[in-house]
Ligand binder design. Structure first.
Ligand code: COA
Length: 258
């Protein structure tokens, strides 16, 4: 079904593996087409509760946009490419179901941007993060200047952006760029463990939390207002009635996503 992705659905968790290991999983046109389609699949397939994005092989999550596709691009085509990348990454960020990055090596340029578009990140000990575009005479184009600043603060972000230097997994943890660092052999287990717990929560409440948290960075919305609306809407759901009833009856709730 996908040319550049491997997908596997187990216990409601879709593991998406970007599968171009000989090119360190660099993002070319085909990967973009597939990523766009898989975000739709996550949304539309009721059997999927959450997803993990990772890279094939032991070396890289994604080593960036495919630099070989930059050759001969003019200003207009490059602007369109950045817009396309940003649109796809925005779709990931706005997925109502959690999408996390399991970063198994280099996450550079578009790879770091892809990881940052996910709702949060788990890193293997060998993960390396960076926005090396300045080495190519470029800026990031797929949201890197924005999300890096949001996630780690302006001073650290600007240093990484203008030096092009890489940071290791522990620095990423200290900066708040990743939530956990685990041995490479444990990476997917950890991602599955974290999502298995999240998958027991009420899906509409999860979607509302994501929507309200994203509103912080959306200048067209007042995030506090978004939160008030989300809170009110939850009271109209069966899952809220079930969750509160189960608490009072001292039992585990059974959520249905309605
Ligand atoms: N685009 C296209 N191809 C890429 C790529 C990218 N972003 N990153 C790696 N590759 C390719 C290499 O060209 C090489 O292909 P080849 O075997 O056909 O020559 C293959 O992947 C392996 O990469 P290589 O550079 O040989 O591995 P390395 O271990 O020596 O170095 C990196 C690893 C990640 C440090 C290095 O590949 C790199 O700097 N990549 C580019 C990172 C970057 O600038 N990303 C931002 C792009 S905007």
């Amino acid at each position: 079904m996908y040319q550049t992705l491997l997908t596997e659905l187990v216990n409601g968790i879709l593991t998406i593996t970007i599968n171009r290991p000989d090119k360190l999983n660099a993002l070319n046109k085909d990967v973009f087409t597939d990523l766009e389609a898989v975000v739709d699949e996550i949304k539309n397939n009721a059997a999927i509760q959450s997803a993990i994005i990772t890279g094939a092989g032991s070396k890289a999550f994604v080593a960036g946009a495919d630099i070989s596709e930059f050759e001969g691009l003019g200003k207009n085509a490059a602007t369109e490419l950045a817009k396309r990348g940003q649109d796809i990454f925005l779709k990931i960020e706005h997925s109502p179901k959690p999408v996390i990055a399991a970063v198994n090596g280099f996450a550079l340029g578009g790879g770091c941007e892809l990881a940052m578009a996910c709702h949060f990140r788990i890193a293997a000990e060998n993960a390396r993060f960076g926005q090396p575009e300045v080495n190519l005479g470029l800026t990031p184009g797929y949201g890197g200047t924005q999300r890096l600043t949001q996630l780690i603060g302006k001073g650290r972000a600007i240093e990484l952006l203008i030096s092009g230097k890489m940071i290791d997994a522990n620095a990423a943890l200290q900066y708040g760029l990743v939530n956990y660092v685990v041995p490479a052999s444990e990476l997917l287990n950890k991602a599955n463990e974290v999502l298995s717990n999240i998958n027991t929560k009420a899906p509409l409440a999860i979607a509302a939390c994501i929507r309200a948290a994203n509103a912080v960075y959306d200048e067209t919305q007042n995030g506090y207002k978004t939160e008030i609306e989300a809170f009110g809407e939850c009271f109209g759901t069966d899952d809220m009635k079930e969750g509160t009833k189960a608490f009072l009856e001292k039992r585990i709730p059974k959520f249905i996503g309605k």
